[in-house]
Design a protein around this ligand. Structure first.
Ligand code: ADP
Length: 399
């Protein structure tokens, strides 16, 4: 299975062997469409060997062509008869796409029609699909949606309390994102506990550059922190997360900012970067330890928001069987995990300082043995989840 995550100027790819889940190759083609011909592809082979090339990428077709060349150099070309299908990450499925979907012309049209809800992402995802289809028209292409896992949100969680007619007319509701990650991680957490996903209630904290929380009851997502767009919820690398919407009116009326300027401010110049100039948690923790006040406040605002969501989702679920940290910050930052869970013994949540500070490759518990709410670190694997779902759809169930 080839998995493609196509952005407006980059394509991330991974080739997976579904017989054993092995990663055969992967990489990133970036700077697509940049003038000056400065495209770059970084490719990692299954044996860990890394190659890097710069060459012009006038469009996605050129970038995917280079991906094909790199794969061919590993003996795994796009023309390989073993390639079963291509799984594509698609950001927004609206209310229309709640399952992995075999791509047809009609499906592409419908994904394109959702562009107003994801103006940067969906057009790039469509371009990636079209390019892959042109290269291998005989192969099934499967779209796997970031929003799909959240389609089960009850109306009480999905609806904003705004005028019904206006909301419905403009598709204003909460969709949620990072769905493949929340799905993969909540299942893997059940596995770590030796239980079926249907038996456990899990809070997942996906803390990457983008960040979101979800409450998953018996394998079904019942609440998530991102909303109509990925802007809502947790404090992120460059996004503000939750905000009084009147801040937007104020910035417009009093600050004189245009809508595009407010959009840019809240999506790209806020969050950790807005608070302290850095969005890398390693750097923020280092600066904080050196007594940097801005970094300390950024850390505290980030953690305070996380703690609010842990409390809220405990109330939503009623019974919590695991609290799970994932993605770049969640998997790697012991200080964030420690601060986010400090003093939550009343909720049954504690971490063991030694286990929390330890580094381990796979999924692991960081709470003391016998803790009422196990706290886990589970590395996310969105590409594997996309491959698994797409592969299941094309009729050859993996493993
Ligand atoms: P993306 O949302 O881009 O997929 P990732 O899940 O890869 O993001 O997370 C990227 C973020 O993870 C970085 O911005 C950085 O803040 C954080 N991160 C990565 N490694 C560490 C680490 N060792 N300690 C703390 N934070 C880390």
């Amino acid at each position: 299975m080839l998995v493609l995550n196509s952005g407006s100027s980059s394509v991330k790819y991974q080739l997976l062997d579904m017989a054993d889940g092995r990663r055969l190759a992967g990489g990133l083609a970036e700077r697509i469409g940049e003038s000056g011909g400065g495209g770059r592809i970084v490719h990692t082979s299954g044996d860990g060997g890394r190659r890097e090339r710069t060459l012009p990428f006038p469009d996605h077709a050129a970038a995917l062509g280079a991906v094909g060349e790199e794969l061919r150099a590993d003996g795994l070309g796009l023309d390989s008869p073993g390639l079963a299908a291509v799984g594509h990450r698609v950001v927004h499925g609206g209310t229309r796409f709640t399952e992995p979907t075999l791509v047809t012309d009609e499906v592409l049209e419908e994904v394109r029609a959702l562009t107003p809800l994801a103006p940067l992402h969906n057009p790039a995802n469509v371009t990636g699909i079209e390019t892959a289809r042109a290269l291998r028209p005989d192969l099934p292409q499967v779209a796997v949606f970031d929003t799909a896992f959240h389609a089960t949100l009850p109306e009480a969680a999905a609806r904003y309390a705004v005028d019904r007619a206006v909301a419905d007319r403009f598709s204003v509701r909460r969709y949620g994102f990072h769905g493949t990650s929340h799905q993969y991680v909540s299942r893997a957490a059940a596995g770590l506990l030796g239980r079926e996903p249907s038996e456990v209630n899990v809070i997942v904290l996906h803390l990457g550059n983008g960040a979101s929380a979800s409450a998953v009851a018996g394998g079904v997502c019942v609440e998530t922190s991102m909303g109509m767009t990925p802007l809502e919820g947790l404090v992120m690398g460059t996004r503000s997360g939750d905000l009084d919407p009147a801040v937007v009116f104020h910035l417009s009326r009093v600050g004189g900012l245009t809508m595009d300027e407010v959009d840019d401010l809240l999506n790209r110049r806020s969050g950790l970067v807005g608070l302290c100039g850095d969005n890398d948690m390693r750097e923020i923790v280092r600066r904080r330890e050196e007594g940097d006040r801005e970094a300390a406040v950024a850390f505290d605002v980030y953690v305070h928001r996380l703690r609010k969501y842990i409390g809220a989702y405990t109330a939503v679920l009623g019974r919590v069987d695991a609290l799970v940290f994932t993605a770049g910050v969640g998997e790697n930052s012991a200080p964030v995990r420690a601060a986010a869970t400090a003093g939550l013994e009343g909720l049954g949540i504690t971490v063991d300082p030694e286990l929390n500070a330890g580094r381990g490759g796979g999924a692991r518990l960081v709470s003391p043995p016998g803790a009422r709410v196990p706290v886990a670190v589970v590395p996310t694997d969105e590409e594997f989840e996309i491959a698994r779902q797409a592969f299941a759809l094309v009729g050859r169930s993996p493993r």
